[in-house]
Design a protein around this ligand. Sequence first.
Ligand code: NAP
Length: 314
Amino acid sequence: MGKIYDLIILGAGPAGLAAGIYAGRDRLDTLIIEKGQDGGQIAITNEIENYPGSKLEGESGPSLIARMTAQVEKFGAQRESDTIKSVELDGDVKTLHGTKGDYQAKAVILALGAHPRPIGCKNEEKFVGRGISFCATCDAGFFEDFEVYVVGGGNSAVEEAMYLTHYARKVTVIHRRDALRADELVQEKAFKTPKLEFMWNSVVEEVDGDDLLNKMIVKNTKTGELTTIEADPEDGLFGLFGFIGYLPNTDVVKGAVELDERGYIPTDADMATNVPGVFAAGDVRPKSLRQVVTAAADGAIAAKAAYRYIDSLK
Ligand code: NAP
């Protein structure tokens, strides 16, 4: 049998990295496995203003994450880049099956994060990357002087819509109700933002185009009326950004750990799941506030709980 780590942390977003810092400082033999780049969703976040201690000016997701990664390195957690395909979490030794090999540990922290919820319209998949996007920071530049539509009414939709007005000729927020969910302060700012308009009681039914997105059908949720929106012929394209919440990345642990009805991993106050030695941290848990600060706090609590669990096995 190969090496058995004390702890494997699955995911290197703020929750996983915070867990890595705490586990490293507790001298746990720790491996962090991440399939993509560090940072999870904030790897594509342009501005981080509300993480306590972040720089007052010019703090981006990547700049904050780079410092967290350096802290993890300082305290000695090992790193592996791999995609885990299946897991065996019962018993004293947990096994994770990756594309590069198997990994074993006494305890596991699932810091798997979440991904954007699809808009849910016909032909959506065909136009992702061809007009449809879920990341304004990544793709705003492609829509310089074009028309852009944003689906959603929460903080993400409204803040990203304001950001997009710096690039687009006009930005229209399409929201399924007639009132925003976004915080009052965000709303006040949005209603004063030039080039930002709202299409209330509306959902996108279908998108279309030749190669690039240039047509969509929007339905009025009150009257059922269908409106066809077409790109300006001189543009030949418009942008459609979706910000309607997130779905947990829990497919890989389905059946191995308890999930709630929406697919999130319930835990107790110490981040323990229903399986002994398996903890969950960050956006993958049911919670009311998904922020860097809450993810990092979860990671710290989970690592400390994992330390106590591992100690109890001796
Ligand atoms: P959210 O607050 O859950 O809002 C999701 C929005 O999408 C809601 O307006 C919802 O409409 C709409 N929606 C959901 N499903 C839909 C569907 N199938 N079709 C059309 N519209 C749909 O999500 P979020 O904006 O991504 O924010 C997530 C969390 O992060 C929140 O806690 C938020 O406060 C936080 N956040 C904070 C900041 C900040 O502090 N600066 C920035 C971004 C996010 P209804 O309103 O009708 O339900």
